[in-house]
Design a protein around this ligand. Structure first.
Ligand SMILES: Nc1ncnc2c1ncn2[C@@H]1O[C@H](COP(=O)(O)OP(=O)(O)O)[C@@H](O)[C@H]1O
Ligand SMILES: [Mg+2]
Length: 313
């Protein structure tokens, strides 16, 4: 099982679109994929379920909000109980051996995030370190459960912030994938993101080493799989000069590596954010145009880096 957090402080950079499509392509290649929607905006969930279906079937007791709420995440309900298998997309996976499961989100996760942060602290240094480890490590611990070992890939769609819920995803993951637009503000934040993740990892491991880190799956060492440039403008088969400049700037000067492959701007493919319940790259697979082939190469690169190339193709 490989756990990848998809994150960026900025919203609207294509995180959810990338998560849904990468998950779908991986599943179509025969992999067992779990998508975890940790963004209260719930867009990843609505890429697979209509709002009505979510309200009727998931909202009350099958969202990640239920897992994070309560005294300590997971105390009221095991994470595995929240897994759902969206029908429409899985019907298309019948012949592939792949599967695409989801744990859905909920708008109320915003409040839970704040409540969780308020639980940090303790009466002694020892107990506050323990609390820190338990809270930040909660998702990592839950994913050790044997039922998750069946998954080849877990993709976590994070909220555009560095709240406690996002931090649990960083602690849980092995790799971080950072979708970004090739513009000034998006590229500016990348080193800041890198620094904040590095500080979190260091703090967690310091506490784990000195504060009773008995768990065998500590210390943690998530690394940056890289930046995926999204919504890239291509004219005459070339990235526009301005965007090329931003991409080169990150490639040369940022501590976050840059993936070779990009997602181009294509409202025709990605504009409706999966309204049909089937991510665009899966819908389009019958007619492989340049955008689909490009996305396939990105999937090759990401899954290759994760050593997940064994699926049926
Ligand atoms: N490659 C793309 N080309 C065109 N539109 C895109 C592309 N990727 C995402 N979009 C659109 O941009 C908006 C933001 O994308 P989204 O994936 O929801 O971003 P985030 O999760 O980072 O907030 C959505 O309306 C989505 O349909
Ligand atoms: Mg999103």
């Amino acid at each position: 099982m490989r756990v990848v957090a998809v994150m960026n402080y900025k919203g609207g950079v294509g995180k959810t679109t990338l998560t849904a499509n990468l998950g779908a392509v991986a599943a179509a290649r025969g992999l067992k994929v779990l998508l975890l929607d940790l963004d209260p905006q719930t867009n990843l969930t609505f890429s697979f379920y209509s709002v009505e279906d979510w309200q009727d079937r998931l909202k009350d007791d099958r969202t990640i909000k239920r897992w994070y709420e309560g005294d300590m995440p997971g105390r009221d309900v095991p994470l595995g109980d929240l897994i759902v298998t969206p029908e429409r997309v899985n019907k298309l996976l019948d012949d592939t051996g792949g599967r695409l499961d989801l744990i859905s989100s909920h708008l109320g996760l915003i409040d839970i995030d704040l409540e969780l942060a308020a639980k940090l602290g303790g009466t002694t240094i020892g107990s506050s370190k323990r609390k820190f480890l338990d809270l930040h490590g909660c998702l990592r611990n839950a994913l050790q459960d044997s039922q998750f070992q069946d998954y080849d890939l877990v993709l976590v769609d994070c909220a555009p912030n560095f709240g406690l819920v996002t931090k649990t995803a960083i602690v849980a993951c092995e790799q971080i994938l950072v979708p970004a637009k090739a513009d000034y503000l998006s590229t500016l934040g990348l080193d800041y993101l890198y620094g904040n993740c590095a500080s979190l990892v260091q703090e967690f491991n310091d506490y784990a080493n000195h504060g009773g880190g008995t768990e065998e799956h500590w210390p943690i060492e998530p690394s940056f799989l890289g930046v995926v440039f999204t919504m890239v403008q291509i004219y005459s088969q070339q990235v526009t000069l301005a965007q090329h400049g931003y991409i080169e700037e990150v490639r040369l000067n940022s501590r976050v590596p840059v993936l070779e492959n990009k997602v181009r701007n294509s409202p025709r493919h990605f504009g409706d954010a999966g309204e049909s319940g089937i991510p665009a790259m899966m819908r389009a697979s019958a007619a492989k145009d340049e955008v689909v082939r490009e996305f396939d190469r990105l999937a090759d690169e990401v899954l290759g880096a994760l050593e997940l190339t064994g699926g049926a193709r």
